[in-house]
Design a protein around this ligand. Structure first.
Ligand code: BGC
Length: 758
């Protein structure tokens, strides 16, 4: 009773304080807005790029005079506290109303200390680590003057041709939602006004990951039910977690570009979800709507404002046309006021009006970025993101002594490609290469290495990869024949060959869609020759997306997928290869056999002609020339130890209403070393008013077990886990039978059935 009273009192005080804060903010902003001219209000809605990271064809011009005239609300594209301090000084000392600026950047997987690419990070299934990576990123980014991260990217993606699959958390809405929350918490911390907190920006709202044919910026066409049940949950989770801003996507949603879609930005985001922050467009998305066929710049700018966009990134459609539209009565002052208020509120919540320089302390970068602790965290998180795809005869872990090991491939002695896509502040020169990591592990084994092949020899492909004239991929002056010969000579001296192959940094990420998602052919040829030596070949795979690995799965003794691991790449890889860390990563995307199977994802709907495992059978849903199964399913990943699952035990088999169910399995570590397993819970609703997927992830737990140890792992299931959006988009559960499945991946599950009535 006493406890309840204390709790209620605290709740009352917190609510009172919040209301008092809101009232204070309102008074302040009301006062400020009274002083603002229409032009100054529109100025707050303008976000300009100024720096060295344009992500489109257009760069902002005349930034300085605009700044002085109060025509800029925020800037992005650089991370230099000295320069930012000068700019902020102009904004708060030399403009009429002294309104501070936002400084944004694509802080995607770390800032200076780089963590695994988001797709890799998601394979940790560890929300503590995900949050920690975002917290460190915020600490470092705010040390360099930033107050706004264009992250998390929470777009569900089922198409590995799409290069930006690397930037998200894979194909599952449940896991994606957990990660979205953890990232927002990590960036924003517990108090947005702190000098190490930055505002998160959830992107790309919405459905960007469903671009047709996996081609970036392409159109999207989707039913409302698919949106609500599969694609929208992670955005909503980020909004529920308090994300301060949302970025629109480039694609259409229901035929209307996201940035002009009032249903999306106002009805759904604000009215249904209760979003209180501000909406910014993606890069030049306002002006691109003209190319979508919605009218000239003035027209698309009015559409965007009316739809609920508050800030225009780079197009300057708001800056240059809103006043005219106001004069022509195409928009109202109230619409401009609303957008302006939302930007000012966000600045207020970030504490910028109290102290515009709170994140502009030039002494911080030296003390707070790339610290040994941050590098240590990056190493630990990277090792936990690796997915062991195959390990025949326990060839891994490698022995530290008594063996000759040959590390062969263009990624063995490579720093450039360790960091992956979107690393604006990260310095690849400071990354640890695989060879360095292996040597740091000081093995007594003999370590040899050779490059073996170029990443690719296709010069037009290289031209695309080296965008903006950067030399990211180059052809070695040594001839391909000599590279290959030297590699085979080296390989022949070894007991075990470690082939270090895959995709380079710019092969995934924005504007990096591929129609062939195999290991580039020069590297694949090298792998074939290495396999022909008859020695066991361990493949260490760098990639930003699922690749087609049927041949590799058949011919390599082991495959360790390391994605793009970040600053500590080589050390983390050595940790896992030599067994100091037992890998426990699990895939968050399906790895198809071929591009022809795409889209291939685990939570698909049943059909009336179910696949029976035999692809030759006529009139069933299958192919003439390929099995339906992927090479590796969602949730899959091995360990150096093995786990066995007992049958699913249910606390009850008949439930009613709001009762809860406990489903458990006995998990046993049946191998010879300690290891961590991600136990996954899936549910299937076999009879419902709409066709429901064959299974859906509804829970997971990471369980560490010593060799031989056994543990009961239990999930509490309530009707929350049974809910879905029905044909009227009502979120509810329907009574009947449910299959409860628990296992180590989406295919290897044990099943039990319950009946649950209302
Ligand atoms: C990308 C966004 C990014 C923005 C700013 C765009 O091209 O789609 O993800 O945040 O550029 O750099």
């Amino acid at each position: 009773m006493k406890q309840t009273c204390t709790f209620l009192l605290l709740l009352f005080l917190a609510t009172y304080q919040l209301n008092a804060q809101d009232a204070k903010m309102k008074t302040f902003i009301d006062g400020l807005m009274k002083k603002m001219t229409t032009e100054e209000k529109i100025g707050q809605l303008n976000l300009v790029v100024s720096g060295y990271v344009p992500t489109g064809a257009v760069m902002s011009e005349g930034v300085e005079p605009k700044l002085k005239n109060g025509q800029i609300g925020g800037m992005f594209g650089f991370h230099d506290p000295t320069r930012m301090k000068q700019i902020q000084k102009v904004a708060v000392e030399n403009t009429r109303l002294k309104i501070p600026l936002f400084f944004g950047l694509d802080v995607i997987h770390g800032h200076k200390t780089i963590f695994p690419i988001p797709l890799g990070l998601s394979c940790t299934w560890d929300m503590g680590l995900v949050e920690k990576s975002a917290r460190i990123a915020a600490q470092e980014a705010t040390a360099e003057g930033l107050n706004w991260a264009f992250s998390p990217m929470v777009d569900i993606a089922r198409d590995p041709r799409w290069g930006r699959i690397s930037e998200g958390s894979g194909e599952d809405p449940y896991l994606g939602s957990q990660i979205a929350k953890a990232m927002v918490k990590g960036y924003q911390g517990d108090d947005l006004t702190k000098n190490n907190s930055m505002m998160a920006c959830v992107k790309h709202f919405a459905l960007y990951g469903a671009a047709e044919a996996g081609r970036d910026y392409n159109t999207v066409d989707m039913s409302r039910s698919t949106m609500y049940n599969y694609y929208l949950p992670p955005y909503k989770a980020a909004v529920d977690a308090g994300a301060g801003s949302v970025m629109t996507s480039f694609n259409v949603v229901d035929e209307i570009p996201a940035s002009a879609n009032r249903w999306l930005l106002t009805d759904l985001l604000r009215n249904q979800w209760g979003f209180k922050g501000f909406v910014v467009t993606d890069y030049t998305a306002v002006m691109e709507m003209s190319l979508h066929g919605l009218g000239d710049l003035q027209q698309v700018s009015t559409l965007a404002l009316k739809a609920g966009v508050d800030m225009d990134m780079v197009s300057e459609g708001f800056l240059n046309t809103l006043k005219k539209s106001l004069d022509e009565k195409k928009i109202t002052m109230a619409e401009i006021d609303l957008a302006c208020r939302r930007i000012l509120e966000a600045k207020w919540k970030m504490g910028l009006f109290d102290d515009p320089y709170r994140r502009l302390d030039e002494s911080r970068p030296a003390k707070e970025t790339m610290t040994p602790e941050n590098r240590k965290a990056s190493r630990e998180i990277a090792a936990r993101s690796f997915v062991l795809l195959k390990n025949d005869n326990q060839i891994l872990p490698l022995k530290k002594s008594g063996q000759t090991l040959a590390f062969i491939g263009p990624f063995a002695d490579n720093h450039r490609d360790m960091l992956g896509t979107w690393v604006i502040a990260g310095e690849w020169e400071k990354s640890v290469s695989v060879m360095e990591g292996v040597k740091n592990a000081s093995p007594q084994s003999i370590i040899l290495s050779a490059k073996g092949s170029n990443i690719t020899e296709d010069t037009s492909f290289i031209h695309r990869l080296n965008f903006y004239g950067q030399k990211m991929v180059a052809i070695d002056p040594i001839s391909p024949e000599t590279l290959m010969r030297t590699a085979l000579e080296t390989a022949n001296k070894a007991d075990i060959i470690v082939a270090v192959l895959g995709e380079s940094q710019s092969m995934s990420g924005e504007s990096s869609s591929r129609t062939d998602i195999g290991i580039p052919k020069e590297q694949r040829r090298l792998l074939e020759e290495l396999v022909k030596t008859g020695k066991p070949v361990v493949l260490v795979l760098f990639t930003g997306r699922p690749l087609t690995l049927e041949w590799e799965q058949e011919h390599c003794a082991a495959i360790l997928n390391v994605w793009a691991p970040g600053t500590e790449a080589g050390n983390a890889i050595a940790d896992v290869l030599f067994g100091d860390v037992n890998p426990g990563g699990k895939l968050t995307t399906t790895f198809p056999r071929s591009v022809g199977q795409i889209p291939l994802y685990y939570n698909h709907k049943p059909t009336g002609r179910p696949y029976n495992g035999e692809y030759q059978t006529k009139f069933l849903t299958n192919y003439l020339d390929s099995p339906n199964e992927p090479v590796y399913p969602f949730g899959y990943g091995l360990s150096y130890t093995t786990f066995s699952y007992g049958d699913v035990k249910l606390s009850k088999t008949n439930l009613k209403g709001n009762e809860t169910l406990t489903a458990s399995v006995t998990l046993t570590n049946t191998g010879k070393m300690a290891g961590e397993e991600t136990v996954q819970l899936y549910i299937h609703d076999p009879v419902a008013s709409i066709s429901r997927p064959v299974k859906e992830l509804k829970g997971f737990q990471k369980i560490m077990l010593k060799a031989g140890e056994r543990r009961e792992v239990s999930f509490r299931i309530s009707t929350e886990e049974l809910k879905f959006y029905n044909k009227d988009l009502k979120y509810d559960w329907e009574p009947g039978d449910f299959d409860i499945m628990i296992g180590g991946d989406s295919e290897a599950v044990k099943i039990a059935r319950v009946n649950w009535v209302k």
